[in-house]
Design a protein around this ligand. Sequence first.
Ligand code: KQY
Length: 365
Amino acid sequence: MRRNSTPREDGFRMPGEFEQHSGTYIIWPQRPDNWRLGGKPAQKVFTEVAKAISKYEPVTVCVNEDQYSNARHWLPDDVRVVEMSNNDSWVRDCGPSFVTNGKEIRGVDWGFNAWGGLVDGLYFPWDKDDRVAQKICEIEKTDRYRTDGFVLEGGSIHVDGEGTLVTTEECLLNKGRNSHLTKEDIENKLKEYLNVEKIIWLKRGIYNDETNGHVDNIFSFVKPGEAILAWTEDQNDPQYEICQECMQILEQETDSKGRKIKIHKLLLPKPVLITDEESGGVDAVDGTLPRNAGDRLAASYANFYIVNGAVIFPMFGDPNDENAGKVLKEAFPDREIVGIYAREILLGGGNIHCITQQVPKAEEM
Ligand code: KQY
């Protein structure tokens, strides 16, 4: 059922990703103007991610009709596969952000315009993606809040579940999202729909991130009062200044409960560039962001996904892969740390966090 109230009015809050899940959603990749070779290499990696998560919690993979048989063939039997039309495979961004009152969950169905609509969106059209949140809420049998006229992607926010939200100005104040609203209007929407009290605005996300600097590629909560920040010590890298700026903001801020946030620095891999061969495998389509050889991708280990009992993180075949595993183990000592070689997801413009969406567990469903 569609609710005309807001989560705040109804006493629902968005839980942290580190809280218990009842499951995870993924969307199967296939579009040939984003995924090289018609998505075949990416499908293998998405399958690995689904398998890894399904050891810890139930996984549902949504797939367009023409790929249903293929996805069903490759995915293991304990992964549920459902037919669902979509334009691409970024469920973090087009899926619902779930909220809970402890007894029941409901979905927030944000407007979706492919990361910038006609201003600087990444493809056109995006109408099927914009209906994904409603469809997932129907499968999950949850009520839904639709934010007509307000665009937001799930990857552009992180919450601590106790009233704090972290985001970036680069993304939320970008002209392609809600240019009719002021920063204060946007804060009020976030407060109403996610029931948060305190918003921490980082300025920018990872260098050259096509999402206009989604926070989920640079920062993530570990638990209330503790977080991960992507980091580089390379002063010649444009990313250096961005990381310093984020750290300064976080050091000066307190969260909604007045706590200082303890930060774990997570060293980035060295810059990852698209090869000639990779670029040659992607169809060129007017209106879709091109994948040119030599372009720098927004590679970051901070795009990990927390599941019940584990953390699934991307690896790039970089010497820092091992360090990333160690830092994550220090931050999440009670969870298993599972690395997946994820260059193929990065080539599509995101990573493991962007292709997953958690359904939280309510205490008494
Ligand atoms: O959340 C994300 N990082 C999604 C990236 C989308 C890229 C579309 N080509």
